[in-house]
Ligand binder design. Sequence first.
Ligand SMILES: [Zn+2]
Length: 292
Amino acid sequence: MQNFTCNSFVQVFGLERRHKKIRLFVIWDYDGPVGQINASHAYNWNKASVETERRNVEDLLAICADAGIAMTFAITGLSAVEGGSVLQMREQIRKIADLGHEIASHSWKHEWFPFLTRRQIRMSLQRSKEALEDAAKKEVLGFVLPFTRPMTWIGRGNFSFGDRGIWPLFFGGDQGNIYKVCRELGYDWVRVKERPIYEKFTRQIRLHQPFDYRGIHCLPNHYNGFDDDAIQLIQSMIGQDCVITINAHPLMLSKEGNKESWHNFRNFIKKCLQFRSEGHLEFSTPSLSTAI
Ligand SMILES: [Zn+2]
């Protein structure tokens, strides 16, 4: 009855045309020790960088709690297993989830997907989902591919000349194949690199919006980092109903002078909170957001 009254009020006063808002998804690629070895710190790996990454996540959680912001943390599955990390990460993963953030899979051990077989891809997606769910005590619905590039996506006209694991010679060379496996395993969304080849040739850059591809929600990543270009991107979309996805790495927050640095992040958050207070923007996560 109360709902009915509210709806009538809204209809009478024409308020159903709600203010158009940007939904901002900040997605952290939380690599953990195994991700660092396989990606950023292959041979100069050290415990200090793992500690820094973990501490930065703690600081992020405090900032988000203060500001009432939810973000997404895409984490390697091995990090969620007892003994799988030099630093115990299971408790922190539970804490992230308990604070209302979304946990997504960032694969099992930050594999290079183009060369994986269908079976290996399945194992990575399945084991990471189970491990993260066990640690977080919440369902994991999202997948964030490690090493977003190079990777072909034949079905949508995406192609990178840097690829060597090219579909159909390699099952994992086509992103579409990976996302089909995601769907089979109960994932609901994936973050994608979406830049069809005609856009590369025409140098056209479009702010692609989330779309469905073979039953899975695909979230194009729009920007990496928090510098002035990130703020300008958001400013340029004010007044529109849209999703903007920005990604970064907790470890990079400590690299001064980087697009993902603490300095840029704090400035970015300050600006976004201003946009939020003006009614232009809300922080959300893919599973919290109903519109994707
Ligand atoms: Zn990564």
